[in-house]
Design a protein around this ligand. Structure first.
Ligand code: SAM
Length: 378
């Protein structure tokens, strides 16, 4: 199959799925996704990310380019040491790209800022529909940015390509009617609010610290407050400036485990939260300053919970087949009790989906809510 035939098939598949609106179909039909991909790419067709090099497997490479799959294009911020632990740049999954464009509601006449140029493919779609002069895109990685600029020019699109930290937005062309981030944040950067005109929209994936993730659509008012609901689940890579390492365990527990912790038992298997992206997201929104690590032991897992203020920790042992799980908690906060409480509230609210949750963001911070902005999550 030729690239044109493959692209037409992708348009048909995305339309059939209900993801691609008639507004964006001509752009997806016109922009050659393969022209934005490098020689070597990685895609997961089942069994994990597998490498594919164009010169060695041209047919497979082209098939992947027009598959509804995310394509990894960089690992570990481009470290050339041969390790591949974390994907750090990609062409996002076409379904996600077009659904986020639908969330954005960008129309001809709108000035748009994209955060996370990546391959340049999304910037090309925006340029095709809105005109390149209405599109700016910011990428933090110099090599990725240069590559995207070349690919965009090669395909005939000349949006403004900026190499810089997208968490600062791009003030030069502000205000924008729309800001779309294709990289996930824990906190919506204040610059994005300031650079969006009143009535404008910000669409961004949000990944709270405890896990899960979803796309939020904020409308910005005349006071510079953004508020709106989540639209769908997401699993984007993190904005470089908002990655979170966490403090060493020793900072929480200077001696041997279990230290001064109190012991209790729970019927809730932490894996029930870890295995459910939505449940994890709901708990994470309610507890934005709590994070976890998971260590294997024997057949089970120990969940370690920590607060970012480094005051408290907890462990819960998840052992398959058990119905009671040992809990240890130390510090002024009872972190497992807080997580379990958030999970139980999510259950008793009828396991609300992403779209029942929302965010209100001011330059001073963000709050999460359920159903309406006054109903803050606890
Ligand atoms: C999922 S990729 C973007 C996909 C892209 N829109 C496309 O169409 O191919 C996320 C990108 O965000 C970039 N990124 C991470 N932190 C950033 C930041 N602070 N500012 C701008 N870009 C950032 C990464 O380097 C990566 O290239």
């Amino acid at each position: 199959m030729s690239p044109d035939e493959r692209r037409a098939a992708l348009v048909a598949a995305l339309t059939e799925k209900g993801s691609l609106s008639p507004d964006w179909a001509p752009s997806v039909a016109a922009v050659p996704r393969h022209a934005f991909l490098p020689e070597t790419i990685w895609a997961d067709e089942g069994g994990g990310d597998a490498e594919c090099t164009r010169s060695e497997e041209p047919e497979r490479w082209l098939r992947l380019a027009y598959s509804d799959l995310p394509i990894t294009t960089q690992w570990d911020d481009g470290a050339d040491d041969g390790t591949r632990s974390t994907p750090t740049s990609s062409a996002s999954m076409p379904t996600v790209v077009v659904e986020m464009l639908a969330d954005l509601g960008a129309e001809p006449g709108h000035r748009v800022l994209e955060i996370g140029t990546g391959t340049g493919y999304n910037a090309a779609l925006l340029s095709h529909r809105l005109g390149a002069e209405m599109v700016s895109t910011v990428e933090v990685d110099a090599r990725v940015s240069a590559r995207a600029r070349t690919a965009l020019r090669g395909a005939g699109y000349t949006p403004e390509v900026v190499c810089g930290d997208g968490s600062l937005g791009w003030g030069v062309r502000a205000p924008y009617d729309r800001i779309v981030s294709t990289v996930s944040v824990r906190h919506i950067p204040p610059a994005w609010l300031i650079q969006t005109r009143p009535g404008g929209v910000i669409v961004s994936p949000v990944s709270p610290l405890l896990g899960g993730g979803a796309v939020v659509r904020l409308r910005v008012d005349g006071e510079g407050t953004g508020s709106g609901r989540f639209t769908r689940s997401s699993a984007f890579m993190m904005l470089r400036q908002q990655r979170y390492e966490g403090a060493p365990v020793d900072d929480y527990l200077p001696g041997e485990w279990p230290g001064d912790s109190g012991r209790s038992w729970t019927e809730l298997d932490p894996e029930a939260i870890g295995d459910d992206w939505l449940a994890q997201f709901a708990c994470a929104l309610a507890l934005p300053d709590v994070y976890y690590r998971r260590n294997g032991f024997g057949e089970g897992w120990t969940w370690w919970l920590f607060d970012t203020a480094v005051t408290s920790w907890a462990t819960v042992d998840s052992v398959p087949g058990q119905s009671w799980f040992e809990v240890r908690q130390s510090g002024p906060r009872r972190l497992w009790d807080e997580v379990e409480g958030a999970y139980r509230r999510w259950e008793s609210a009828g396991r609300p989906g992403y779209e029942r949750y929302g965010l209100t963001v001011t330059p001073a911070g963000q709050t999460a809510w359920l159903d309406e902005p006054g109903n803050l999550l606890k």
